[in-house]
Design a protein around this ligand. Structure first.
Ligand SMILES: Cc1cc2nc3c(=O)[nH]c(=O)nc-3n(C[C@H](O)[C@H](O)[C@H](O)COP(=O)(O)O)c2cc1C
Length: 362
């Protein structure tokens, strides 16, 4: 099949990616598909899972096998969560609402972005009122105004979110060449509803001669580890730090009371040439030990990838681009189908490797 011909009926996540390529305009495609700079990390994420071989085990009894995992005292039907992805109404008019419907129907945990194009309260009405749904977590970007950040935390708590995922790896956007080439801009009607018109403006700074607009302007009051300690003291919700790539940072996060970490290079969208997350995960797992739950994202496209991630030390995985690609192709049905496909593939991989429980997989 040539890349120009999209599959008639998608049977795997790559088929959805191919179909989405035809469905999205150049603007949205550059935003959703692109990575930083030469997109080496973006490509490495996918390739690294592929490069890990699995061993088959035969003739093992499989009755009673299951995909359940336990996270923060809650049993999840399976270890596949939806990563926070901003501006989903760029992919489909219903945006995060459709994603939430699919997540709830397929019992998948959903992490809602600070930069969601639908408010957290609307998402919670779908997810938190369904007793069979997976958890709803809120992804937080620390804002320059601590009072406003705290308002966001309280909003997420009040809506019913059961964990906070603090993303720490993107104080500044990576060099997004693909977006710049496409002249990416948000179309009218798509906005970050938790921020736009609500976040007080950043105090104006006058730069002295020779000062950097980035370091002395935008990043002058960028969050630091002190802000993580501050946030830890503000909420009783489990706090995960997302964007862990260095073992020393992982240990620091652990010492500051993080309840979990997301090993992530932001899907290759920040610092290009960072190693793939399949390479980083075992390093972080060694650094923090087995007691701190690790999640991982980046390039997970197959049930076998999920299995490998769990073998390498993750309790669960998140998927980003496959969600918005499926959303663009088929709305809530598309996202639900992608989740079903991935879970089916995971079950097949478990059966063929003789793995009856993901909790004891290491
Ligand atoms: C279009 C797009 C928008 C994203 N927006 C956010 C965001 O708002 N917050 C965040 O923490 N991560 C964001 N991410 C990163 C994802 O949460 C996740 O780390 C990444 O997509 C995983 O890689 P994958 O797309 O290969 O599955 C975004 C990723 C993409 C592709």
């Amino acid at each position: 099949m040539s890349p120009a011909q999209p599959p008639a009926a998608p049977v795997c996540l790559a088929d959805y990616a191919a179909l989405a390529r035809h469905r999205l305009d150049d603007n949205a495609r550059a935003y959703f598909e692109g990575g930083a700079a030469d997109e080496l990390t973006l490509a490495a994420n996918v390739q690294a899972w592929r490069d890990i071989p699995l061993s088959a085990r035969v003739l093992r009894p499989m009755a009673g096998a299951h995909t359940r995992v336990t996270l923060f005292g809650r049993t999840l039907a399976h270890p596949i969560l939806l990563a926070p992805v901003a501006y989903q109404r760029l992919a489909h008019p219903d945006g995060e609402l459709a994603t939430a419907q699919a997540a709830a129907a397929l019992q998948a945990g959903m992490v809602l972005s600070t930069q969601s194009s639908v408010p957290v309260e609307d998402i919670a009405r779908i997810v938190c009122t369904d007793p069979d749904a997976g958890p709803l977590w809120f992804q937080l970007y620390l804002q320059h105004d601590r009072g406003f950040t705290l308002d966001l935390v309280r909003r997420a708590e009040a809506a019913g979110c059961t964990a906070l995922v603090l993303t720490v790896d993107a104080p500044v956007q990576g060099a997004r060449d693909r977006e710049r080439r496409a002249g990416f801009r948000l179309p009218p009607g798509v906005r970050a509803v938790h921020l736009d018109g609500l976040l007080p403006p950043r105090p104006a700074r006058t730069l002295a001669a020779g000062q950097s607009a980035l370091f002395d302007g935008l990043l002058a009051d960028t969050p630091t580890w002190d802000d993580v300690a501050w946030l830890r003291a503000q909420t009783r919700l489990p706090l995960l730090l997302k964007g862990m790539t260095h073992p020393e940072d992982a240990r620091l996060a652990q010492s500051l009371g993080a309840d979990g970490l997301v090993v992530s290079n932001h899907g290759g969208r920040t610092l290009d040439t960072l190693p793939a997350t399949a390479v980083l995960l075992p390093r972080i797992a060694d650094a923090v030990g087995a007691s701190l739950p690790l999640l991982v994202d980046g390039g997970i496209r197959r049930g076998t990838d999920v299995l490998k991630a769990l073998v390498l030390g993750a309790r669960a995985v998140l998927i980003g681009r496959p969600v918005v690609q499926a959303l663009a192709v088929g709305g809530a049905h598309g996202v639900a189908h992608v989740l079903r496909l991935l879970r089916d593939e995971l079950e097949i991989a478990m059966a063929l490797t003789g793995c009856t429980s993901l909790d004891r997989i290491r």
